[in-house]
Design a protein around this ligand. Sequence first.
Ligand SMILES: Cc1cc2nc3c(=O)[nH]c(=O)nc-3n(C[C@H](O)[C@H](O)[C@H](O)COP(=O)(O)OP(=O)(O)OC[C@H]3O[C@@H](n4cnc5c(N)ncnc54)[C@H](O)[C@@H]3O)c2cc1C
Length: 289
Amino acid sequence: MTTAAVTTVPFRFFALHVVRTARLGPSLVRVSFAGDDLVAFLSDGCDQSLSLFIPHPGQNAPVVPVELGDGWWQAWRGLPDDVRAVMRSYTLRALRADEHGRTTEIDIDFVLHGVEPGAAAPAGPASLWASRAGAGDRVLLLGPAIADNRAIRFRPPTGTDLVVIWADETAVPAASAILESLPAGTRARVWLEAGHAGDIQDLTTAADAEITWLVRGAGAGTPTALEAVRAAQLPSAERPYAWIAGESSVVKELRRHLVRERGIDRRAVTFVGYWRRGLSEEQLREQEA
Ligand SMILES: Cc1cc2nc3c(=O)[nH]c(=O)nc-3n(C[C@H](O)[C@H](O)[C@H](O)COP(=O)(O)OP(=O)(O)OC[C@H]3O[C@@H](n4cnc5c(N)ncnc54)[C@H](O)[C@@H]3O)c2cc1C
């Protein structure tokens, strides 16, 4: 008789390498990763967030003292800036498993910002890394070893009768995975914002979802996120649940609108700032600490 090993540690490191990349649009690249460690990777999906560690240019692997166990964080923080691996938050877009249910590959969709010639603001290290990623490139991932874990934030309360979603391009991977998970019959009103029309993705859902793509700066008269959501007539619902993620200041405005103007119970609004204009992820984390 075999007994399944029960994992009690919710998150662990996974040593992974790139197996392929696919350009999904002018500012979107999908990177697929594999590695023997993935057999221990378990996730219920939705907006499963991950911490990705990437090497600096010139390094062939990210430097994180994982051998120190729980002491890795202090030791990693203590390394010189140009040695310590860059840590960034990303979302599990998809996972593939073998016939025994063991994860074999995972996908992450990266927004490429600042990498085009003449860009107004320079690329961050993760965007730059993704734009150049190729088969064999090594990364470390701090990810889930338990399928239902606290890095999944999409949690509609029991009895939810309408799901409202807003996501900018950084949160479209999460919103896409959420939509794929919604059961048939779930009513959903969804706004997805893209930087370019060419980044718009085909989405799959069994839900009864009305999905609107907004292309930022698509010309005079393009509504802002707040204008688009404010102008919409939401289906009547007793227990709406909202999930909003993207640029922090936009997320804040939308949350305020949903709670104050639409009267959605603040406990039924999940909101996550995925990035803030003008701040790197380290700077954002320091401000929030
Ligand atoms: C839980 C969570 C999940 C996330 N999932 C994803 C995901 O699946 N895919 C994804 O692409 N991103 C995702 N993000 C956002 C991503 O972590 C940030 O965009 C991150 O700042 C990118 O790191 P970087 O090194 O490229 O830029 P940084 O070094 O962090 O920032 C450099 C500069 O670029 C600006 N910047 C950062 N992101 C953008 C952007 N998208 N557009 C324009 N300017 C930007 C910053 O404001 C800063 O001025 C997620 C964030 C969180 C918190």
